[in-house]
Design a protein around this ligand. Structure first.
Ligand SMILES: [Zn+2]
Length: 439
């Protein structure tokens, strides 16, 4: 019986394709909402442009035969019915809100590719076993309130998200159709969501440098941020002899080079990590005074917590040696810790298999940027597909991905969802499928 139910809608990967022209037209139409003079877009979460854009996307979802709802967190969810309504959904999606000077691809591409997948299924009369959902997450770029609420991880107190440049978050969520007072109701789990696959532009230069393969995301890196404080002695730059100085900036400079060496380390599992000193303050910051104190940030990211621990331990040993040599005191304080999020291996394999079937070269890589997918991974199986970004540029008006890569990515998403439709067979709803199929 399983053979019968599993084979009704399966098309060979190379015969069923999305409508690429329609996808690119949707990209152009959405890019016009909040358009900036140089081809970019400014569509801040909860702005009138954000709301207008959602209305337009909602109309396309409806045209694909989807029912559209907005949950309490303001997530807009288009649902394409499956053959078995009691089955949990296979979901995709991303965000339509942008940073102030954005390109048109970040987030938007993942949403519209999802909509195009649904439109293709609708056009072809294909009805998967599971419902397919396309989720437009609320405010990805600043608070990730949409995905956090869906994962049950949102702070219910609006003041937690307070920011001098933004209106209160409860007002924003309500403006786009959410209902802050009911925020906990946005929570989902595996009973409703079997899997989530996010398609996104890479936002980095790795795929382009490798000759533009499709990106098989291995996980979203863990991120740790520290504050390093170096105390020396501020004294006269003319009268203090060189051997008698406790120059905090000289110590800081050596630490920066040590951080850079750690980032460049290879072998022993190293090679994907990044390490950055991005901000620094020195005092008194005067031309004729030896710097007495330096404060600087350290940001390290990797897929492995073990390697992150080892990097910090190695740097601490180096800082001890630098402190002795420069006669300074060095302290390091943790400020932020986001755990690495691996992707689900079944979804990763499904994406890899689809790339193979579509004869599209693919390469594994971690995501070093945050995405809604990393939050949703806490409630269901998660996978991600990347398409190449030209020159690796993102969060910029010059962000660009070729139409060819956009269309290829959407086809990978389409066939990945169809493959997962066959993979997920939860005991709770499998009997129902068998019964109905026998009728
Ligand atoms: Zn994004």
């Amino acid at each position: 019986m399983l053979n019968i139910i599993a084979s009704t809608h399966i098309a060979p990967a190379d015969t069923l394709t999305v409508n690429g022209e329609r996808l690119m037209q949707m990209m152009t139409d959405v890019g016009a909402i909040g358009a900036l003079p140089n081809g970019g877009v400014r569509r801040l979460a909860f702005s009138p442009e954000d709301r207008e854009c959602r209305q337009l996307v909602r109309s396309w979802m409806a045209a694909a035969g989807m029912t559209v709802t907005i949950d309490a967190a303001g997530n807009m969810i288009g649902r394409y019915a499956g053959r078995f309504p009691q089955a949990p959904a296979l979901a995709t999606g991303s965000h339509l809100d942008t940073v102030p000077n954005a390109g048109i691809y970040d987030g938007t591409y993942g949403v519209l590719a999802g909509v195009e997948v649904a439109r293709t299924l609708h056009d072809q009369g294909i009805r998967p076993d599971h419902p397919i959902e396309v989720i437009v997450f609320a405010d990805e770029e600043r608070t990730m309130i949409g995905s956090k609420a869906m994962a049950g991880k949102a702070n219910l107190e609006p003041s937690f998200y307070e920011h001098p440049h933004y209106e209160p978050i409860d007002m924003g969520v309500n403006f786009i159709g959410g209902d802050w007072a009911q925020l906990p109701s946005a929570k989902r789990d595996t009973d409703g969501l079997a899997a989530f696959v996010e398609l996104h532009v890479e936002q980095g230069p790795v795929l382009e440098a490798a000759g533009n393969p499709m990106g098989l995301v291995t996980g979203i890196v863990g991120q740790r941020r520290y504050l390093i404080a170096i105390d020396g002695t501020a004294s006269h730059a003319g009268t203090t002899p060189m051997p008698m100085r406790q120059d905090a900036l000289v110590a800081a400079s050596q630490i920066i080079l040590a951080v850079n060496r750690l980032g460049n380390k290879t072998g022993d599992g190293y090679g994907e990590q990044v390490a950055t000193v991005g901000a620094m303050q020195l005092s008194p910051n005067v031309a004729n005074t030896i710097p007495g104190r330096v404060e600087m940030t350290l940001d390290i990211r990797d897929l492995s917590n073990q390697r992150l621990d080892a990097m910090v331990a190695e740097l601490e040993a180096e800082m001890d040696a630098i402190a002795t040599q420069t006669q300074t005191q060095i302290h390091i304080k943790p400020q932020l810790r986001n755990e690495p999020v691996p992707v689900n291996s079944h979804i990763y394999n499904a994406i890899a298999q689809v790339c193979d079937e579509l004869k599209l070269p693919a390469q594994s890589l971690p995501s070093r940027a945050s995405h809604d997918a990393q939050i949703i991974a806490s409630i269901t199986d998660m996978g991600m597909i990347f398409v190449p970004s030209q020159d690796g540029i993102s969060h910029s008006e010059t962000e660009y991905t070729t139409p060819e890569h956009c269309i290829q990515g959407a086809n990978i998403l389409l066939h990945t969802l169809l493959k997962l439709d066959q993979h997920y067979r939860c005991p709770e709803y499998l009997p129902a499928i068998r019964t109905e199929s026998k009728v």
